[in-house]
Design a protein around this ligand. Structure first.
Ligand code: BEZ
Length: 252
């Protein structure tokens, strides 16, 4: 994750991030005494969820503000500021877990190498993140709106959304055995009625709006809403067109 998060917005209006992540914790199936690394832990909600099993969890995230908040919320857990694309750990883990974070890390082979080195032999990597086509309509809306300002949105896109084939190949190249992979649609309701997509864009899509003043930002968001409304707004609520990639891979 980047280093400049609006922690309050993330924890209030965007609670779904960790709510959906609970299914990924079930896939991880943590056990008492296991050492588990939560990669891109945000404010620590899923680290806490994993720790309920009795596993010993270390949460890492690139964002200082997220890690500070995680330490306040869960003082009994261990959290560190680390870059997912280049971290190294002294201790080895039984599992590395990651929810809704890997799509922020464009140097995917570096992440996979770091995960590999952090795992014990036989350790597992369990992750969910945005897959190919994730938030495609929102991105197209941003491209269209930013064009008016002479901005090429594709050059500002901070996300990595691979297909199963692409990501499984990277994992296998590192030596992992991919035991599970699923790429599926998850239209995701955004809280707060008409303002739901505004919150999402303000929280997550700041890279695209860099250099615009407040009224230009509002104009862009309004245009994105106009171009996507017929697909993404129904029954008084916005839905983000999420497509998730879930994987389990084992270090044999
Ligand atoms: C996602 O979870 O798919 C996501 C979150 C923030 C920005 C982009 C994608």
């Amino acid at each position: 994750m980047n280093n400049d998060w609006n922690v309050r917005l993330y924890d209030s209006k965007l609670r779904f991030v960790s709510e959906f992540g609970k299914a990924v914790v079930s896939l991880l199936h943590p056990k008492a005494g296991e050492k588990i690394l939560d990669l891109g832990c945000g404010t620590g909600d899923l680290s806490f969820e994993i720790s309920k099993s009795g596993a010993l969890v270390v949460g890492i995230d690139l964002s200082n503000s997220m890690i500070q908040e995680a330490r306040v919320k869960y003082p009994n857990l261990q959290f560190k500021v680390e870059n997912g694309e280049e971290f190294r750990t002294e201790e080895k883990f039984d599992a590395v877990f990651s929810n809704a974070a890997l799509h922020w890390m464009k140097r995917a082979s570096n992440v996979i190498e770091s995960v590999w080195l952090a795992l014990k032999p036989g350790g597992r990597f369990v992750a969910e993140f945005g897959g190919k086509g994730n938030v495609e309509l929102v991105i197209k809306g941003l491209e269209y709106a930013l064009n008016e300002f002479g901005i090429t949105a594709a050059e500002r896109n901070p996300w990595y959304y691979p297909s199963i084939g692409e990501y499984a190949s990277l994992l296998e190249k590192q030596g992992f055995r991919v035991t599970y992979a699923h790429h599926f649609d998850r239209p995701t309701p955004l809280e707060d009625g008409e303002r739901g997509l505004d919150h999402w864009i303000n929280a997550f899509a700041g890279h695209f709006l860099h250099g615009l003043n407040d009224s230009e930002r509002l104009h862009v968001i309004q245009m994105v809403k106009e171009t996507t409304r017929s697909h993404l707004f129904r029954d008084g609520q916005w839905f983000a067109d999420y497509k998730r990639l879930r994987i389990v891979a084992v270090k044999n």
